[in-house]
Design a protein. Structure first.
Length: 286
C-alpha cells in the first residue's frame, strides 16, 4: 500500500515531494519504487522509502537485490540529498541484514513492518471458520444487534473517522494529524479506497478505512465509540471489511500492522489467524 500511487499523493498533501522510479535490468523492468523527498528552501534534506522497492519477480536473485539497493543508495543516500531512510520490502532475516550492510546501509533502532495476511481465495464460510472461536462468537453476537453497515468514501465520512481516531490517539499521547493525507489518498485512489461505518439508530458508532493496492486490501484506520464496545462493533467491522475486500477482487487481506509486543488491538487482529510476516528494520544510508 505504501508503494501505491494514492499513498504518494497523500504524502504530497502532507508536504513531501514524491519520486517514482523504475529499475531496468537487461531491458526489462525489475523493480519499482516510490520515494518521499523532503525539501526546504530548495535544499534536499532527506528521503524516505516505506516498504520498498517492490520487485516484479517475487523471488529476486541476490545479484538483482544488490544492484537495485546500490542504485538507490547512489541516487538518494548522498551528502547532497541528505540521508535515505528505508524500511526495505525484504523479509527480516540475518542474511538480508548482512546483505544490506555489505552494500553500505546501517540499521536504525526502529522496528520494521510486522503484520499478518489472510488468504481470500477460500469461500466466506471457510475464511470465517479460520478465525478463533472467540472471534466467531463475538462476530455472531454483533450480527444480532441493531447495527447496519454503510459503505462510503465521501469527505464527511473520512473527516468523521480520522477526527475521532486522532482524538483517541491524542488522548493516548500520540500525535496524529492526517486529515489532509487521507483526503488526498481517498481522492487519488477512487473506488480503491473504501470506508465502512457501523450505524446504530442511523448514527455512526464505529468505522474503518481500507485501501486496495495490487492484489491486497489493507486495513488502515479504525475507531468505535466506547459506548458501542458491548455491541462488538470492532468484530462487526473487520469481518465485513474482509468480506467487502473479497467481493472487490482482493486476493489477500492485510490486517494493517501488529505490535512487537502483545497489545489489545494486536490480540484482536491475531484472533483472525492470519499468516504473520516481518520485514527488515528501518535502515539509513548516507
Amino acid at each position: 500500500m505504501t508503494q501505491g500511487f494514492a499513498y504518494g499523493e497523500g504524502k504530497r498533501a502532507n508536504g513531501w515531494s514524491v519520486a517514482r522510479i523504475a529499475f531496468e535490468l537487461r531491458g526489462e523492468i525489475a523493480a519499482i519504487c516510490q520515494i518521499q523527498e523532503w525539501w526546504i528552501a530548495g535544499l534536499h534534506l532527506a528521503s524516505r522509502i516505506s516498504r520498498g522497492p517492490l520487485f516484479l519477480d517475487p523471488v529476486p536473485d541476490v545479484e538483482t537485490i544488490i544492484s537495485i539497493y546500490r542504485q538507490l543508495r547512489n541516487g538518494w543516500g548522498r551528502i547532497l540529498t541528505g540521508p535515505l531512510l528505508i524500511t526495505p520490502a525484504l523479509p527480516s532475516s540475518k542474511e538480508n541484514e548482512e546483505l544490506l550492510q555489505r552494500i553500505g546501509y546501517r540499521r536504525r533502532h526502529t522496528l520494521g513492518w510486522h503484520s499478518a495476511q489472510i488468504d481470500l481465495g477460500p469461500s466466506e464460510e471457510e475464511i470465517f471458520r479460520g478465525f478463533s472461536s472467540t472471534f466467531r462468537n463475538l462476530s455472531r453476537r454483533a450480527e444480532k444487534q441493531d447495527l447496519t453497515l454503510e459503505l462510503s468514501n465521501n469527505p464527511e465520512a473520512i473527516d468523521w473517522l480520522i477526527g475521532n481516531y486522532s482524538d483517541r490517539m491524542s488522548a493516548l499521547g500520540v500525535k496524529h494529524g492526517d486529515h489532509a493525507f487521507f483526503r488526498a489518498l481517498a481522492t487519488s485512489a477512487g473506488c480503491e479506497f473504501f470506508l465502512l461505518r457501523a450505524m446504530l439508530n442511523r448514527e455512526p458508532v464505529g468505522g474503518t478505512a481500507l485501501i486496495h493496492a495490487g492484489r491486497v486490501s489493507e486495513y488502515n484506520v479504525a475507531w468505535h465509540h466506547p459506548s458501542a464496545r458491548s455491541l462488538n462493533v470492532g468484530h462487526y467491522l473487520i469481518w465485513n471489511a474482509i468480506r467487502e475486500a473479497k467481493r472487490r477482487g482482493a486476493l489477500v487481506f492485510d490486517v494493517g500492522g501488529l505490535a512487537g509486543v502483545e497489545s489489545g488491538f494486536s490480540t484482536f487482529k491475531r484472533a483472525l489467524h492470519g499468516k504473520e510476516y516481518q520485514l527488515l528494520d528501518e535502515h539509513i544510508s548516507i
